[in-house]
Design a protein around this ligand. Structure first.
Ligand SMILES: [Zn+2]
Length: 332
C-alpha cells in the first residue's frame, strides 16, 4: 500500500478494500496453515537442468518419452493407455532444434521428455487425444501430456520470429526459442482467461454457445484483455455476454487448459438479479435454480429432457459443484 492509499498505480484506490479488511497482519486469515497439494505439479520441472545439456543427455537413456503426432495426439498402447518408451529405445537425443522437449523429473527422479513422433521409428498401436486422456489416464499422465501438448503447440506456432521473420531455434530443453537472425528470445505463451460461477444469491447464471449439444450449459468465461485486472475481466465479460451486472467476485482455483494454450482462472461472483440478455457470442443465458443444477450434476447420463453440464474434468463443472455445495451448506 503506497502512502496515498492506492495499492497499485494502475488500479483504483480502494479496489482491494475487502482484502484489506480481511488482512490484519495475521497470515492465517488469508492463507490456510496447511500443506496444499494444489501447490505441487505432477513433475518437478527442474528448471536448472534445462540449461545443462550434458545433464539432459545423461538422463535421456532411462527417461520416459511421450510421443506426440502432428495433430497433437499421444501415441498409446492397444488399450489406449499411456505409451512412453525409454529414451534408449528411441534414436533421437534430448534438447536442440526439432528434438525432444524436457518436461521434468518424476518422484523417482526419472526424466520425462516429449518428442515429435515423426522423429522416431518407434511405432505404437494406438493414439489418444488430450480430452480422452484427461478422462481416462491417471492425473499424473494426463498432466504430463497436457504440458507436452502445450509446448508442442507453442513451438509449432512460433517457428518464425515475430520481430524480423527469421527462423527460430530452440534451446533450454525446448523451453526457449531464439531467433537465428536478430537473437530475439521467445518464451512459451499462456493466455489467461477467467471462468466464473455467477450467482444472484439464489440462482446460478449459465450460458450456452451455438453448436453445443442440446440443453448443454456452462458457467461464463472470457479472455483477459491488456491492462485489466482479473476482477475487471470477470465483471466485463459477464456484462458483455449476459448484460448481468457483477457486484463482487473472488478467485477460487485455476486449471491449465491446453486447447491450445490457456490458463482458466476460476472465480465465483455475486451479481444483481438482472434478466440475462445475449447477443452473438452466446446463444442463450439463463438463471438456473439449485434444484435444476443439482439434478443435472447428479445425472450420470443425458435424460433427454433436463439441463446438461460440462464434463467432470473441467473447472467449469468444478465451479458449478462448488456453488451447489455452498447452497447446500447454507440451507442446512
Ligand atoms: Zn528475429
Amino acid at each position: 500500500m503506497t502512502a496515498d492509499g492506492a495499492p497499485f498505480a494502475f488500479v483504483e484506490a480502494g479496489a482491494f478494500t475487502d482484502v484489506d479488511a480481511r488482512f490484519s497482519g495475521d497470515w492465517s486469515a488469508l492463507i490456510p496453515a496447511r500443506d496444499d497439494p494444489s501447490c505441487h505439479g505432477a513433475l518437478d520441472r527442474a528448471d536448472l537442468l534445462r540449461a545443462d545439456p550434458q545433464a539432459l543427455s545423461a538422463l535421456w537413456a532411462q527417461s520416459r518419452v511421450l510421443l506426440l503426432d502432428e495433430a497433437g495426439f499421444a501415441l498409446a498402447d492397444e488399450a489406449g493407455a499411456v505409451f512412453a518408451p525409454l529414451g534408449e529405445q528411441i534414436s533421437q537425443g534430448p534438447g536442440g532444434t526439432g528434438a525432444a522437449i524436457f518436461l521434468g523429473l518424476d518422484g523417482e527422479r526419472r526424466g520425462w521428455f516429449a518428442l515429435d513422433a515423426r522423429l522416431t521409428a518407434v511405432e505404437a498401436p494406438g493414439r489418444v487425444d488430450l480430452r480422452t486422456a484427461a478422462a481416462h489416464w491417471s492425473a499424473f499422465h494426463a498432466s504430463v501430456y497436457a504440458q507436452a501438448r502445450a509446448l508442442q503447440h507453442w513451438r509449432s506456432r512460433y517457428r518464425y520470429c515475430n520481430v524480423c521473420a527469421g527462423e527460430i531455434g530452440f534451446e533450454r530443453g525446448g523451453w526457449l526459442g531464439r531467433c537465428g537472425q536478430c537473437g530475439q528470445e521467445h518464451y512459451p505463451r499462456t493466455d489467461p482467461a477467467v471462468i466464473v460461477a455467477v450467482t444472484d444469491g439464489e440462482r446460478l447464471l449459465l450460458g450456452r454457445q451455438p453448436g453445443w449439444a442440446p440443453r448443454r450449459y456452462s458457467v461464463l468465461a472470457g479472455f483477459v484483455e491488456p491492462g485489466e485486472t482479473l476482477e475487471q475481466t470477470v465483471a466485463r465479460e459477464v456484462l458483455e455476454e449476459s448484460r448481468v451486472r457483477v457486484r463482487a467476485c473472488r478467485y477460487l482455483a485455476s486449471q491449465p487448459w491446453p486447447f491450445p494454450g490457456q490458463l482458466m482462472l476460476g472465480f465465483i461472483a455475486l451479481a444483481h438479479p438482472d434478466p440475462p440478455q445475449v447477443d452473438d457470442e452466446l446463444e442463450d443465458a439463463r438463471w438456473f435454480t439449485a434444484d435444476e443444477v443439482r439434478a443435472a450434476s447428479a445425472a450420470d447420463s443425458d435424460d433427454g429432457v433436463g439441463l446438461r453440464l460440462s464434463p467432470t474434468i473441467s473447472i467449469s463443472r468444478w465451479l458449478t459443484d462448488c456453488w451447489l455445495a455452498a447452497m447446500a451448506s447454507r440451507s442446512r
